[in-house]
Write a protein that binds this ligand. Sequence first.
Ligand code: NAD
Ligand code: ZN
Ligand code: ZN
Length: 346
Amino acid sequence: MKAVQYRTVGAAPEVVTVPDPEPGPGQVMLKVTAAGVCHSDIAVMSRPAEQIPFPLPLTLGHEGVGTVAALGDGVSGLSVGDSVAVYGPWGCGTCVKCAEGKENYCLRAKELGIAPPGLGSPGAMAEYMIVDDPRHLVPLGGLDPVQAVPLTDAGLTPYHAIKRSLPKLVPGATAVVIGTGGLGHVAIQLLRAMTAVRVIALDVAEDKLALARAVGAHETVLSDRDAAAKVRELTGGVGAQVVLDFVGAPPTVATAGAAAAIDSDVTIVGLGGGALPVGFGSLPYNTTVTSPYWGSRSELAEVLDLARAGSVEVHVETYTLDEAPLAYERLHHGRINVRAVILPNG
Ligand code: NAD
Ligand code: ZN
Ligand code: ZN
């Protein structure tokens, strides 16, 4: 079958032919309908060899949906042809975090060599993929697979970040979204669907800010060195109760800290390498700073429910499997509108 692989450190991903997979005992094989292209892949592919957390070559794609093509021995509860989304942050299934459904915070994944598809295990950018356990599949329940595939990461990750801050997202509060791309444009919609806060969106280009307004941002601000001051102005000097940074670069985390209110949450989701010092005098009193990872299994089910209710709609642009390297190149240059989705089986 054809697959998109990261093969050589520093080189672009390549379309190659690999052996067809077969599901082992307890595993499920999917015929992949759609695979999302995430900026995290670019972050990982930009690293030097010693910082790449998995052996190469690797089939990419950590956002995947497909139909069940074959069941390994002992698998029940699924039928061939079922349309499912893949829950990506695979854990061990038995530690206390996994028992809570928070496999994204599995305590033993690293020690056991368990890695998400597309970030260590063979991913969704191939005609077929193997899912290690049926618990990592969530029924699509009538959702359009192409529209739904980014929800498994670009939806789930902001949902997880927002949900933990819900106590601060009361009516009258302000949430700032920095970076309104794949994750950020879903975050704006989630904030509007889950809360009654005012949403201020920051990005570097006017077309991105126009999209942010179209998906529900009340105010938009150009992300430059004056951005935090503008957020303060828009909030009567108070700042934002929650700041979600989907860039995470040194200048944006600085903006995030400077835009935060007293007793606020600053949540750094982007992998841009920035860090925000915490200590008396560096941030407003009782500001928490966190860097969450992906989301839980139950949260993925909740995100899909929100999409079924019509509360979130991902803006997607589709590519064939052969065009996947082009999609990565375009994402790298900020030229995707807004989430690229690869269709491995046409
Ligand atoms: P994307 O490329 O689709 O969107 C990034 C957006 O940020 C773009 O709209 C871009 O114009 C904007 N941007 C760039 N520089 C900016 C700046 N200085 N100020 C404001 N906006 C700026 O990327 P994506 O796929 O949505 O991913 C966003 C980030 O989240 C990436 O760093 C990715 O690696 C990370 N990520 C983290 C997790 C996690 O679990 N923590 C999960 C998925 C993605
Ligand atoms: Zn991702
Ligand atoms: Zn675990």
